[in-house]
Design a protein around this ligand. Structure first.
Ligand SMILES: Cc1ncc(C[n+]2csc(CCOP(=O)(O)OP(=O)(O)O)c2C)c(N)n1
Ligand SMILES: [Mg+2]
Length: 267
């Protein structure tokens, strides 16, 4: 399986999804495509024919505004059709810009209010331990999102409960809604912070498929405490005009012409 190729295709689908409505969270969607590719094509125990399978692994996209990247991944896997992918945010759509578990097959938790998803994920990891179902619960938070106190309450409790089935990712793209995190409220050293909270922490190139795959495998082998994988990513990764927009790429427009050019670049 060529995961590099799949990631490019998922990036293309993400762009098409956002372009169908003309504007959206391109930056933070593009930065997590590589981790989504590895999760859904290699590491997660899920069944596209049975999205609600008991004891499946689960993903909580706590930075729920990156919904388009997850929808594109689910579309690539076959959970949703291409036709449906292009209904983002439209009247009566099943694909709201932020994830909704009651609307979209394959979405494990409703998110969008930053900070809350991680708490839900910790609860799901506790439930999985009680059920002894051997599932892994994955969760992706943003670096800006980590300014929410709830992120730290949830992290503290995951550690207290020794949730080694809980694998947390930080999308460390250095940007939040309208500026660099370092200019607003910096994490300074997220590795030290989560280590001090009792996590097994790895810090990797979050846009490198190989590194992501290896880090998840290592996190699964870790016993007795939760894992954090810091994904050092580029916001808007993969398309030059989005990367170059920098802190303006959080939510930005994309025209039909830009879409065509970007898809060409991804070939
Ligand atoms: C509780 C809450 N406050 C504010 C927002 C609005 N909001 C959406 S995305 C965002 C910035 C998040 O930054 P980051 O977590 O770094 O996301 P990324 O860079 O990955 O897109 C904000 C403030 C929200 N969704 N929820
Ligand atoms: Mg960010």
């Amino acid at each position: 399986m060529d995961m590099q190729k799949i990631a490019k295709e998922i990036r293309g689908l993400t762009l098409r999804c956002v372009a169908s409505v003309g504007q959206g969270h391109l930056g933070g969607s593009m930065s997590i495509v590589d981790v989504l590719t590895v999760l859904y094509y290699k590491q997660m125990n899920v069944d596209v024919k049975n999205p609600k399978m008991i004891a499946r692994d689960r993903l909580v996209l706590s930075k729920g505004h990156a919904g388009p990247a997850l929808y594109a991944t689910l579309c690539h896997k076959g959970y949703i059709s291409l036709e449906e992918l292009l209904t983002l945010n439209k009247f009566k759509t099943n694909l709201p810009s932020h994830c909704d578990m009651n609307k979209t097959p394959g979405i494990d938790m409703t998110t969008g209010s930053l900070g809350q998803g991680i708490s839900c994920a910790v609860g799901m990891a506790i439930a999985s331990k009680l059920a002894k179902d051997q599932a892994y619960i994955y969760c992706i938070i943003g670096d800006g999102e980590s300014q929410e106190g709830q992120v730290w309450e949830a992290s503290m409790y995951a550690s207290q409960k020794q949730l080694d089935n809980f694998i947390l990712f930080l999308d460390n793209n250095n940007m939040q809604i309208d500026n660099y995190t370092s200019k607003i409220n910096s994490l300074i050293n997220p590795k030290l912070k989560w280590e001090s909270f009792g996590f097994f922490v790895q810090s990797i190139d979050g846009n490198n498929i190989e590194e992501i795959d290896q880090a998840i495998t290592k996190a699964k082998q870790n016993k007795g405490c939760p894992s954090m994988i810091i994904l050092n990513t580029i916001k808007g990764k993969g398309v030059s005009f989005i990367e170059e927009a920098g802190v303006s790429n959080h939510s930005m427009p994309i025209t039909t012409e830009q879409l065509a050019k970007a898809l060409e670049e991804l070939k």
